[in-house]
Write a protein that binds this ligand. Structure first.
Ligand SMILES: [Cu+2]
Length: 218
């Protein structure tokens, strides 16, 4: 191909578009499934192993979020969110390496180093983005709960963009964290929390990185 003036312009525009697409956060596809496999955290405190899965199914404007957890502290309300970075960096689940003060516990603040900040709460109405006052699920006497809500993607996108300007949901760059041990759980004073919220409420008990389920488009 002879690279005349016209071709060069097309080529340059193509490279620019590709570069921008790589840097910007992507809009959620209209049909996609994402899964986070939840692995237990802080089992030395919980004396249980919280496991399970979080699923995100996008169907047009509908996003159905299902979170199924077993082995969580029984009869306890469990805060749950996706966490991530405001600058588009991909979040990962914390390990014991994040226990900066060596108290044997990875608290919410320490977890933030790899998982970022609290973003979308999985409450009755996620689009309210009301992390502190939303209604979270409560585990039964066996430590099991099932959460399922369907939201308008448009509404959630708008609420998210308001809370985190310039960022999109970017599910594949987020982690799901399940929190919470009973109020009566004794924690060392070194365990940090968010503002006035008791550390028992925010203590991470499970985490999973959200991944796009391969090859599925339903
Ligand atoms: Cu959280």
């Amino acid at each position: 191909m002879k690279l005349d003036h016209r071709n060069l312009h097309v080529l340059a525009a193509g490279i620019l578009a590709a570069t921008l697409a790589g840097a910007a956060s992507a809009a959620t596809p209209s049909h996609a499934t994402y899964v986070a496999h939840l692995q237990p955290m802080n089992t030395g405190v919980t004396h249980t192993s919280a496991t399970g899965a979080a699923r995100f199914v996008v169907n047009g404007d509908k996003l159905t979020i299902s979170i199924d957890v077993h082995g969580a502290s029984p009869d306890t309300v469990h805060w749950q969110h996706f966490h991530g970075f405001k600058d588009g960096q991909a979040a990962t689940c914390p390990t014991m390496a994040e226990d900066a003060n060596h108290d044997g516990i990875v608290d919410l603040i320490e977890a933030g180093k790899t998982s970022g900040t609290t973003m979308v709460p999985f409450i009755t109405d996620p689009s309210s983005m009301d992390v502190a006052h939303g209604t979270y699920p409560k585990a039964d006497a066996h430590g099991t709960y099932h959460y399922r809500e369907t939201v308008s993607l448009k509404a959630l996108d708008a609420a998210f963009a308001k809370a985190f300007p310039g960022q999109k949901l970017d599910l594949a760059k987020r982690v799901v964290i399940i929190h919470g041990v009973p109020d009566s759980t004794k924690l060392p004073s070194t365990v940090a929390s968010l503002g006035p919220i008791p550390a028992q409420v925010t203590l991470p008990i499970a985490c999973g990185r959200i991944e796009r389920a391969s090859g599925t488009s339903h």
